[in-house]
Design a binder for this molecule. Sequence first.
Ligand code: F6P
Length: 327
Amino acid sequence: MKIGVLCSGGDAPGMNPCLRAIIRAGEKYNDIVVGIRRGYEGLLKEDFWGGVDRKIDPREVSGLTSRGGAFLNSSRCKRMMEEEGLREAAEILTNHCFDALLTIGGNGTLSGARDLCKYWDGQVIGLPGTIDNDLMGTDYTIGFATAVQTGVEAIDKLRDTAGSHDMMFVVEVMGRRCGDLATCIALASGCEVVAVPEVKTEITEIIADLKRFKALGTRSIIMVVAEGDDYGGAAEIMKGLKEAGSPFEMRSVILGHIQRGGVPAPADRILATKLGCFAVDALHLGETGKMAGEIAGKLVLSNFDEVLAQRRDTAVDMVKMIERMSI
Ligand code: F6P
């Protein structure tokens, strides 16, 4: 089987171990796994790793388990949202005799994969690679565990300063449509307040909490804000709190792209390897139009439509738990 593989969208720690797993898993079937550089953009430009018929040797990917980023590079590609781009991608895959395509990425990548299936009769399987954990069809996405760890390490440091100066930090983490990253970071680092897109942010309620904390003798506060929060990012929230009379001196910090890089955490390496092998096996069972994921310890395939139609609501309960811990 000739399989094309690409990473698309924002990079995520674990994409490299996932590529390694796919390339090595293909050996069992004598597959020719061809790397497509820079995601769908590279596919449309026919930019292949060493050439369109060049099989990536399994030895070439040694050492990739511990490397962040994506050695094939990644990109966002607007043309895959248009019929013309999708048709062109399908034509390129057909012309070069690909049997299947594996795409590693988030929401946009999987939408592209789903739409490509309408124009190409080869097999397409997606793998969830994003720090956002915003996809249905898997408990965790590849990259999430590392991003949580990065966020927690940063907040542990900020807590030292917050404690030394009796102050509050408003820390913005990534997560445009999903608060999973914010809530997991907040819970793991013992933050007092969290703001996520899934729950309406009320400045007056936060002020009441802050006054309560102050009265209880709490000296330092950390608030985690998901970048996609309905009120705005860390700077807007801090401004709102200041105007409403925050009892703490405040500073805002944006963690930004720091969360996307770094050595993949073991949990991401393990998930990436499991899903990479599973996706290759799925292709050989004739599967297509699905995303590989892990739910409750079981490897599963879910139709692209199911994965993309719904939104996760796991952050809502987590917000309640963070409130329960903030006493
Ligand atoms: O989807 C991953 C992600 O890191 C989001 O959390 C964030 O909103 C976005 O990508 C940032 O994208 P870019 O690097 O293109 O600005």
